[in-house]
Write a protein that binds this ligand. Structure first.
Ligand code: AMP
Length: 352
């Protein structure tokens, strides 16, 4: 057990790290953020900050040496720098979870034998591979970068075969997926402790706009709820197979044929931000509890319904109006520059 007062390292300087650090502070921990950008918004609420690149093995090792445990809000870090940190501090979630989740081919290959059902997919390394994938899987489909994609970035909709031939070749490893006809999207967010105990939060219905999460609603619709148990079984098998510790998220499409696995994130997730006020213990607090070996908190709902809206781009300028309704819980991430498509904050509303 890592007692309160110890230092938790957080790799990544964005809003997820910021909210992990706030939860850690409540439990009496100090946080030390490592991130490449000078104006890391997580560092604003942390005791220490190291500015460094994700491939600077020596700097990462020195950072880890100052921490009792290192966790991540950014998982796209290569194996060698991760291993360098592992020599100096505990790494939770385990490195293997990052390796699996940071590549869309490896995450689908990992989840499938555990009962996860992904959309038909093919690895694409050349224009010829793409033509073959489009011929065998058909259109419509989505071409995605295998690594580093987020919020709909690194994705191209292929509506007809001509779209594939017209594409300017991105020059990175890709994956082509058949387009899934779904009636809704949902996520399973669980926390697994060092003793292997698993707890789930209620699954939110997630609505995306332009590939970015716009809203999470709990409880989800009855149609989604019918599929949650099957999805949880898959998520638990993934967590057990990775000997996972911390919060793990799996995203699913709810389809007529049952849950279709989309992707996983070895970390706290945007679709779980509602848990800060909407659950008895938030995803951030339980992540801290898990990686420090503390007993997990109750994940039950704290209200009869909860809605979380992301504040994307200019929407964050409406903070004064949002605050004028005393029922709104406003979270602003402190980002200096507003950009279209950038997550600037979120608002949560409960119905008790
Ligand atoms: P991703 O980054 O893979 O989670 O994709 C972002 C969003 O794009 C998803 O949440 C879906 O709304 C949509 N999307 C991605 N892949 C597919 C697919 N194969 N079929 C249908 N919609 C998709």
């Amino acid at each position: 057990m890592i007692p309160p007062g110890a230092t938790i390292g957080i790799l990544g300087g964005g809003q997820l790290g910021r909210m992990i650090a706030l939860a850690a502070a409540q439990l009496g921990y100090r946080c030390h953020v490592y991130a490449p950008e000078a104006d890391a918004i997580a560092a604003d609420v942390c005791a220490a900050f190291t500015q460094g690149a994700y491939d600077d093995t020596a700097a990462l090792a020195a950072f880890a040496a100052q921490c009792a445990v290192v966790t991540y809000e950014f998982e796209n870090v290569a194996a060698a720098p991760l291993a360098a940190m592992a020599e100096h501090a505990m790494l939770y979630p385990p490195m293997r979870a990052l390796e699996v989740a940071q590549d869309r081919v490896s995450e689908k290959s990992f989840v499938k034998p555990l009962g996860g059902c992904p959309a038909p997919w093919a690895q694409v390394d050349s224009p010829a591979d793409l033509a073959a994938a489009v011929a065998s899987i058909g259109t419509p489909g989505v071409l995605k970068t295998r690594r580093d994609g987020y919020d709909g970035k690194g994705q191209w909709r292929i509506t007809m075969p001509a779209d594939a031939t017209a594409l300017q070749w991105p020059g990175v490893p890709l994956i082509y997926e058949g387009f899934v006809t779904f009636f809704a999207e949902f996520s399973v967010i669980l926390v697994r402790g060092t003793d292997g105990a698993i707890r789930y939060w209620d699954s939110a219905r997630n609505e995306h706009e332009n590939g970015i999460l716009a809203r999470s609603t709990v409880p989800a619709t009855a149609q989604i709820l019918e599929q949650v148990e099957e999805a949880r079984v898959v998520a638990a098998k993934v967590a057990d197979a990775l000997d996972y510790v911390g919060v793990l998220t799996l995203e699913f499409f709810a389809t007529e044929a049952g849950p279709v696995f989309n992707e996983m994130a070895p970390r706290v997730h945007n679709s779980g931000h509602w848990t800060i006020e909407g659950a008895l213990t938030s995803q951030f607090e339980n992540h801290v509890r898990a990686i420090c070996g503390l007993p997990l908190g109750d994940t039950a709902l704290a209200a009869s319904s909860v809605v979380m809206d992301n504040l994307i781009g200019d929407a964050a300028h409406d903070w004064a109006q949002i605050l004028s309704d005393g029922a709104n819980h406003l979270h602003l991430y402190g980002k200096a520059a507003v950009r279209p498509g950038r997550k600037m904050g979120h608002v949560t509303r409960l119905v008790l």
